[in-house]
Design a protein. Sequence first.
Length: 123
Amino acid sequence: MNKLKISLADTNITNEFDGELTISQALVSLLGNKAQNIIAAKIDGQLVDLTNILTQDTVIEPIRLNCPEGEEILRHSIAHIMAQAVEQLYPNTKLAIGPAITDGFYYDFDRTTSFNETELAKI
């Protein structure tokens, strides 16, 4: 079985693993409970999802939820989740744009009427 050497950027933390594993599995193994607030990672400068499978020696740069880049990733993801909810609940609603912004996110929807309080509660 092929051993993988996985390291954390800007630390002395390194471990060897037997076979393939996800970034999330590697982070939990390397950091234990301290991996809980990691929302994404970078590998070779590229942003990657924590479910990506590692197949070779890798240096992981964790992106924590409490940093500006982590907050932006969370806001972007929440905007997509909200849009999916609107699509499922109100299929005649057209999606427009929904970017993350400094203090949260927004989404523009195209529909014949505004959302009422009951509909907003469902979303």
